[in-house]
Design a protein around this ligand. Structure first.
Ligand code: SAM
Ligand code: SF4
Length: 339
């Protein structure tokens, strides 16, 4: 039970001894794209009144920082389409160097040309930009609504602002499969790292993800024919494991939730834009922090709720590619929980 008077600073440690020091905050479930593996074409979005205000998001983020959170990633939906989003970056940036070590963002890049300079001014040093293909037509097919030219403009603006860029690409069978070596050469040629992600069974979408699933173990084995890859100890606090490519000098990350469980080192939790805290991307259990902060101006109950939630953090997800069940492992879309 939290003492409501003293400032609460005790670190958050879960039942498996993992210290929680990384929170991903989804600021909206909306997006200007409709990536086929992430959303259906006719998504129903949340009414705006259900969203936490930017001040409320700051309040919860700040409570986590008081408890030892060192890294915050702002995500969504598309975080940069939320109105006035820069005010959240600005307010959270006051914690940089005061406990918070890194404030960062995952974006589809469509709005980066507009915001890269301001992000850098807010102390953001690195951004993750999701891009699965360099072919404009394929890009349009994957994102349904996206314009690859805009993303390239965003990447150029981010580089000009001095931001380090990591490209995130979902490996998609028969879609960008053959392009993976070119994506690596392109990213490394422009000084960007690149990470590949396996499609996860989140949310009901068409076509079935089972057809899109491409195990990264297969990708990696194929890459060995073209590249010299040496395991690298580089870590960002996230789930990716890296190799250094001899021919390009750059890093390639692999996020393999399906073929290799990364839960044993999980140090993070996720907050949705409605204030629901998920202790695991792949489990349903959650804690409602919106009700808690709206019912008390004091942060004591918020800390108590956070502690109770972390005490229930599960050991891991149990994603499986279930060919018979024909349904997602978790009903929430990635854009709801925040990628
Ligand atoms: N809109 C931003 C973007 O695309 O970068 C941030 C949110 S998006 C949900 C975060 C990441 O999740 C993206 O890199 C996207 O490719 C990935 N993603 C979305 N749905 C996924 C799924 N079902 N399996 C694996 N990755 C997924
Ligand atoms: Fe939007 Fe990102 Fe989901 Fe694509 S992956 S639909 S860009 S939230």
């Amino acid at each position: 039970m939290t003492d409501m008077k003293a400032p609460v600073t005790a670190p958050l440690v879960d039942p498996f001894g993992r210290t929680i020091e990384y929170i991903r905050i989804s600021v909206t479930d909306r997006c200007d794209f409709r990536c086929v593996y992430c959303m259906s074409e006719d998504m129903n979005f949340l009414p705006k009144r259900d969203l936490l205000t930017l001040e409320e998001l700051d309040r919860i983020g700040s409570a986590f920082i008081a408890r030892g959170t060192r890294k915050i990633r702002i995500t969504g939906g598309e975080p940069l389409v939320r109105r006035d989003i820069m005010s959240l970056f600005r307010s959270l940036s006051r914690h940089l160097g005061q406990g918070l070590e890194e404030l960062t963002v995952t974006t589809n890049g469509s709005q980066l040309a507009k915001y890269a300079g301001e992000l850098a001014d807010c102390g953001v040093k690195r951004v993750n930009v999701s891009l699965d293909t360099l072919d404009a037509n394929k890009f349009r097919a994957i994102t349904r609504w996206g314009d690859l030219g805009k993303v390239h403009e965003g990447l150029a603006a981010a580089r000009a602002a001095g931001l380090r860029i990591k490209i995130n690409a979902v490996a998609l069978r028969g879609v960008n499969e053959a392009e993976i070596p070119d994506l690596i050469r392109w990213a490394h040629g422009d000084g960007m790292d690149i990470t590949f992600i396996e499609v996860m069974p989140l949310g009901d979408i068409e076509p079935m993800r089972i057809e899109q699933f491409l195990p990264l173990s297969v990708v990696r084995a194929r890459l060995m024919d073209q590249f010299t890859m040496v395991e690298d100890s580089y870590r960002t606090g996230g789930p990716a494991r890296y190799v250094r490519v001899g021919e390009t000098g750059g890093l390639v990350g692999f996020i393999t939730p399906m073929t290799h469980n990364f839960c044993e080192s999980c140090n993070r939790v996720r907050l949705t834009c409605t204030g629901t805290l998920y202790m695991c991307l792949g489990q349903e259990d959650a804690a409602d922090l919106r009700g808690v902060i709206r019912s008390s101006e004091s942060d004591g109950p918020l800390h108590t709720a956070i502690e109770a939630a972390i005490a229930r953090k599960p050991k891991g997800h149990d994603f499986v590619i279930d060919r018979r069940a024909n349904r997602p492992a978790v009903g929430r879309h990635m854009s709801v929980t925040g990628g």
